[in-house]
Design a protein around this ligand. Structure first.
Ligand code: SAH
Length: 427
């Protein structure tokens, strides 16, 4: 039988009786697949593996612990025979054939009236692959397609608008490099009708959106809010209520100084389905792009993430507690004065990482005492992450007198300074 002869179709088995003959592993797998499709499954087999017994015990299928009889074919629409005994399978499929019931014969692929494809589900898409008489090949193709769907590199977008309400996903996009987006984020983007985008985050993915996807720019710059938060909230709800799948693509993580909680609450108040997808926060990843781990044995055991507008006075002002400032460029001098007043030594190293992960990323390192004037000198600008503490000494960008070499035990392999380095990072 050539593969060309098959007619792929999708059986809708909800509530229809089907028969599985056999109680082994293959039969159990088939029974499970049929149950997932909502079929009324009867398993006929003198003995059965635990998986079948458990499904029977919990009332999900009926197990008849006996040999197959011809009368078993009176009710089913569809039959799977997988007894592991070729003559029995042949008998079941021949008798099904006589009664014009479609039957899959697991022990005789060539003569089977129907074949079971390799199947995967991604979101509401089901893919089924037949690849001649080579099930492993079919599985490999299926896995590749499923993985591509999963990571959003295939067009998952709906072309027929659901009659139901739309949804909102608050998606953390990471610090800007698309490689630091999650697989889930990519998938949601591939399904989106509308993307509400920030100025920070992985902007390049916006260029690859399929035609017809609407991008609404709401990007904020510090001290200047082109689209106020209330308005962003209203846009999310308006677009979802119009039936769209809305992705609110945010820089970093939605819940780290990103007002994700407010957007979530507003959507809920308006009865809009909303999910939150964590992202890689710039607070941790941007220092890493400059070779700075926010904690490091012997240098710092904890860290705080705050904004430059915050009252820093209550934080531990010690070189072994890393302080990470977001949106902190404008108030840098004041922040340093506050930390100094709380007792932070003047020679504590401070790094400013501008435009983390961009081709023009720049790292400026000085001491708590000297950083503000150094920043003014070189013209530091937002977006930038400021890191205060002894961990800065590990950066390959640190000037010689501030630098330490990591003190690693001999069993730990020495690797590059950051786990995921931006272009141009010295190693
Ligand atoms: N939710 C975001 C932070 C939003 S606040 C997150 O988890 O990353 C915006 C601040 O993030 C900026 O002012 C800057 O301090 C920092 N930031 C975000 N992306 C950055 C990048 N690529 N390089 C440097 N700083 C960045």
């Amino acid at each position: 039988m050539a593969l060309m002869d098959i007619y792929p179709t999708a059986l809708r088995l909800l509530g229809r009786p089907v028969l599985v003959v056999g109680g082994g592993k293959v039969a159990a797998r088939r029974a499970k697949g049929l149950l997932d499709a909502g079929a009324l499954v009867t398993v006929v087999a003198p003995d059965a593996v635990d998986a079948v017994r458990q499904l029977a015990d919990s009332g999900l299928l009926r197990w008849e612990p006996r040999e197959y009889r011809t009368q078993d074919l009176e009710t089913p629409w569809f039959v799977q025979t997988a007894t592991g005994v070729a003559v029995v399978d042949a008998k079941v499929s021949a008798e099904a054939e006589e009664r014009r019931i479609w039957c899959v014969n697991a022990s005789d692929h060539e003569n089977s009236a129907a074949w079971t494809p390799a199947v995967a589900s991604v979101a509401d898409v089901k893919i089924a692959v037949n690849a001649g008489a080579d099930p492993r090949r079919a599985m490999a193709v299926r896995d590749a397609v499923a993985a591509a769907l999963d990571e959003g590199s295939l067009p998952l977008r709906h072309h027929r608008r659901a009659s139901t309400k739309g949804t909102v996903a608050l998606v953390g996009g990471g610090p800007g490099d698309p490689g630091l987006m999650t697989v889930h984020a990519r998938r949601l983007l591939a399904e989106a009708d509308v993307v509400v985008a920030d100025r920070l985050g992985p902007r390049s993915v916006l260029d690859d959106l399929p035609e017809g996807v609407r991008v609404i720019e709401v990007g904020k710059t510090p001290g200047h809010h082109p689209v106020p938060q209330d308005e962003i909230n209203r846009i999310l709800v308006r677009e979802a209520l119009a039936g769209n799948r809305v992705v609110r693509l945010k820089g970093g993580d939605p819940y780290v100084l990103g007002r994700g909680g407010e957007e979530l609450a507003f959507c809920r108040e308006h009865d809009v389905d909303v999910q939150v997808v964590s992202g890689v926060t710039s607070a941790i990843s941007v220092p890493a792009a400059a070779g700075i781990p926010v904690t490091h044995r012997g240098l710092a055991t904890g860290f705080s993430v705050v904004t430059g507008h915050d009252e820093l006075g209550n934080l531990p002002a010690r070189p072994d507690h890393t302080v990470i400032l977001l949106m902190g460029v404008k108030s840098l001098a004041r922040s340093m004065a506050t930390l100094a007043a709380s007792g932070l030594p003047a020679d504590t190293p401070v790094a400013i990482v501008e435009r983390g992960y961009a081709a023009d990323q720049r790292v400026t390192i000085s001491t708590a005492e000297g950083i503000a004037s150094r920043a003014a000198e070189v013209g530091v600008e937002n977006p930038a992450v400021i890191v205060v503490g002894d961990v800065v000494r590990l950066s390959p960008y640190a000037p010689e007198h501030l630098r330490v070499t990591p003190n690693l035990s001999s069993t730990v392999p020495v690797s590059s300074p950051g786990s995921y380095l931006a272009p141009g990072t010295p190693r």
